[in-house]
Write a protein that binds this ligand. Structure first.
Ligand SMILES: C[S@@+](CC[C@H](N)C(=O)[O-])C[C@H]1O[C@@H](n2cnc3c(N)ncnc32)[C@H](O)[C@@H]1O
Length: 252
């Protein structure tokens, strides 16, 4: 038989209420700490990025290997501008442009293959001012006469119809708008035919300069090399090849 407590030893109604509140608080704290610790323990997944942390891990090599801040500075983007990242890939530069153009601006993240990574980045970073555009090999499908700047990083050498691409990009820029191209070339490969350079995922800046001028754009700057190749963790280039950077303007 269980002895009942004498009335003087029984907890008062108020004490019981306080006890219930304390227990509920402890349960809530346990739930919060287990959620936090499961978030903390999720390993960063750079192989299949979906969170801001994943993308930060993927993006970490951009400054040392491409001088990314200097690349975007060459575009001269102001808040409210409409700009495009042509051959956007996983959208690293679209993200940088979204920050520069601001909420009142617009970024067209264009690629012929709008990968899951590009859409995942737009979602993870909540990029309201970025529009993903699926282009064609000969048409980036950009608005005409409207863009302050167009960026092409590590993509120009992929353009199978570069003449049509440059023509459409010139039409998309407003007069005075800037085109910045950054791509790879190693001095020892420059004597090779254009097609052979492309097989190495490289293209001589002198070839591109001639093509850009042929398209009616005015080259105002060419830094070659812009970044000297060096081996190391995070370098996506297996063999020696330097990065060059070119800035061209649509004449007024
Ligand atoms: C090496 S990735 C570079 C991606 C990105 N710019 C970066 O720096 O991470 C080259 C990209 O160019 C895209 N591409 C190839 N030809 C293209 C074209 N004609 N128009 C637009 N994108 C193209 C490919 O689908 C690929 O995503």
């Amino acid at each position: 038989m269980i002895p009942s407590l004498s009335p003087s030893l029984r907890p008062s109604k108020r004490t019981r209420c306080n006890l219930v509140l304390v227990i509920r608080g402890l349960i809530a704290l346990a739930a919060i700490s287990s959620t936090l610790s499961s978030q903390e323990s999720r390993p960063v997944n750079a192989g299949n990025p979906s969170t801001i942390e994943d993308f930060r891990a993927v993006d970490a090599s951009r400054e040392p290997y491409q001088r990314a801040t200097d690349v975007v500075a060459a575009l001269g983007v102001s808040r409210g501008d409409w700009v495009a990242d042509v051959g956007a890939g996983a959208g690293y530069y679209s993200l940088r442009l979204a920050d520069l153009a601001g909420a009142e601006g617009r970024v067209f993240a264009e690629d012929i293959s709008t990968s899951g990574w590009l859409n995942a980045r737009v979602k993870a970073f909540n990029l309201h001012n970025v529009e993903v555009v699926k282009g064609e090999v000969d048409d980036p499908k950009l608005p005409a006469d409207r863009l302050a700047a167009v960026l092409i990083v590590d993509s120009y050498h992929h353009f199978t119809n570069y003449t049509a691409m440059l023509d459409k990009i010139r039409h998309a820029l407003k007069p005075g708008g800037r085109l910045v191209i950054a791509d790879y070339s190693f001095i020892e490969h420059r004597s090779q035919a254009r097609a052979d350079q492309l097989k190495l995922h490289e293209i001589d800046s002198a070839l591109v300069r001639a093509e850009v001028e042929q398209a009616g754009l005015q080259v105002v700057r060419c830094e070659d090399p812009f970044v000297k190749w060096r081996p190391g963790v995070g370098n996506t280039r297996a063999s020696a090849t330097d990065l060059w950077l070119m800035v061209a303007v649509r004449p007024q």
